[in-house]
Design a protein around this ligand. Structure first.
Ligand code: KIV
Length: 263
């Protein structure tokens, strides 16, 4: 991307030019994705693919701040979205205190919080106090334990109506865009049509205003499980394993290092 996006340039992309969002957790990868992504998400999914935990729940604010700084250092010209981890926005007061910490200790452009109508008051309080918010509705990874798994949403009329209510509530509260995850494609399309801010899908079909994928999923580096919605653009795990095997073999056979690698 030649020029860093702003809140208003992101909003203008609604219904026209699809937004490309991808996660990154460190400077190495943010530098690699920056030229193709409109927005980089420092997702709390890092707790799974980077920290090896079984869900996102134990990610901490300090951990997210550390990774957000690394991502921003690698991609200083990118629009960076920082996930607020589980338990850091249970009340509007704690949300503001924690989001201020994120804003003061990192150059993140906005925070992302999970929830719909139930989080509208939090979204409003943050935006009224100068913190830009990207919402996150549909399948909410931070609710995995309370919901007993990752459940696709929008399968019933009631769920579809609730999702539209959620999207409208957080838009009215000031969210400038939102992620919609794990939602039946026709329902996600109806949600996108119901609001005037961009709706960025993950596992939500193509009739939305952009897509987001977790980089370690789409590069084939995360092997624990692959959700149906992930397309692997690289067989990263095999490539890395193959390269490390070659290195190990060459060390054992004495083929590495050669003269050109030696001072
Ligand atoms: O944490 C994350 O990576 C996310 C994406 C799944 C949207 O929230």
């Amino acid at each position: 991307m030649s020029k860093k996006l702003t809140i208003s340039s992101i909003k203008k992309r609604k219904g026209s030019d699809p937004l490309v969002m991808i996660t990154a957790y460190d400077a190495l990868f943010s530098r690699l994705v920056a030229s193709s992504a409109d927005m980089i998400l420092v997702g709390d999914s890092l707790n799974m693919s980077f920290a090896g935990k079984s869900d996102t729940i134990s990610a901490t604010l300090d951990q997210m701040i550390y990774h957000t700084n690394a991502v921003c250092a690698g991609a200083p010209e990118s629009f960076v979205v920082a996930d607020m981890p589980f338990g850091t926005y249970t009340t509007k007061e704690s949300a503001l205190e924690n989001a201020i910490k994120m804003f003061q200790q990192t150059p993140a452009d906005c925070v992302k919080i999970e929830g719909g109508q139930d989080k509208a008051a939090v979204v409003r309080y943050l935006t009224e106090n100068g913190i830009a918010v990207c919402g996150h509705i549909g399948l909410l990874p931070q609710s995995v334990r309370s919901e007993g798994g990752y459940k696709v949403k929008g399968k019933t009329e009631a769920e579809a109506t609730a999702l539209i209510t959620d999207a409208k509530a957080i838009e009215a509260a000031g969210a400038f865009c939102m992620v919609i995850e794990g939602v039946k494609a026709d329902v996600a399309a109806a949600v996108a049509a119901a609001v005037s801010v961009p709706v960025i899908g993950i596992g939500a079909g193509k009739d939305v205003d952009g897509q987001v994928l977790v980089f370690s999923d789409m590069l084939g580096l995360f092997e624990a499980f692959t959700p149906k919605f992930v397309k692997k653009y690289l067989d990263g795990a095999s490539l890395v394993r193959g390269a490390v095997e070659s290195y190990a073999t060459e060390v054992k056979t004495g083929e590495f290092p050669k003269e050109e690698h030696t001072y």
